[in-house]
Design a protein around this ligand. Structure first.
Ligand code: ZN
Length: 160
C-alpha cells in the first residue's frame, strides 16, 4: 500500500492510500492509522476486491452474521470511520459491492482482499469523535456529548 499526505491544516490531515492486488484491507487500514497516530477520521474508497466477507449485525445475538462474497467484485462504495479506542485504532466501515451481473451486495466490512486496486481517502475529523460502549446494542457508538432530542421533547410540558 502506498500513501501520501495530501493536505494538512490545523492538525487535520487528509491522506490518499492506494492498495495493490492481494492486500488485506482491514488490518492494513488499522496499521496505517496506528503508524500515523490518526485522530478520529472518516474514509471513503472505490476499487475492486478478489473476495470479501460482509457482515450483517444480528440484533438478537448482537453478533455479525458472515456473508462471504467469493468472487471478483467492484467496490461501488466504501464508507467508514477510524476511531482510537483504548489507544488502538478501531475501523468501522460499510461497503456496497457489485457483481458481474450488476447486482449489489452490501454490509459491514469484515474482510476484503484487493484486486487490482483500492483507492482510499482518509480525512481526520475536526473534533475528536468520542466512542463509548452502548449497552443496548453492544456496539461502540459515537457519543456527541449532547442530550437525546427525543428525551428533551418528552420532558417538555404537554402542548395544549
Ligand atoms: Zn457496521
Amino acid at each position: 500500500m502506498k500513501s501520501k499526505l495530501l493536505h494538512e491544516a490545523e492538525g487535520q490531515r487528509t491522506f490518499a492510500l492506494v492498495f495493490e492486488t492481494g492486500e488485506d484491507v482491514v488490518p492494513a487500514l488499522r496499521d496505517f492509522a496506528a503508524r500515523h497516530g490518526l485522530h478520529a477520521s472518516h474514509l471513503t474508497a472505490i476499487g475492486a476486491f478478489s473476495e470479501a466477507v460482509l457482515g450483517y449485525f444480528d440484533w438478537q445475538t448482537k453478533a455479525y452474521m458472515r456473508i462471504p462474497v467469493g468472487e471478483q467484485v467492484e467496490v461501488l462504495s466504501l464508507a467508514g470511520n477510524i476511531v482510537p479506542k483504548d489507544g488502538k485504532p478501531e475501523l468501522h466501515a460499510h461497503v456496497v459491492v457489485g457483481k458481474r451481473d450488476g447486482t449489489a451486495h452490501g454490509g459491514h466490512l469484515l474482510e476484503a482482499h484487493v484486486r487490482p486496486t483500492l483507492e482510499v481517502i482518509v480525512v481526520e475529523s475536526p473534533a475528536h469523535l468520542r466512542r463509548t460502549p452502548d449497552e443496548r446494542s453492544g456496539l461502540a457508538l459515537i457519543d456527541l456529548g449532547v442530550p437525546d432530542e427525543r428525551h428533551r421533547r418528552e420532558e417538555a410540558p404537554p402542548q395544549r
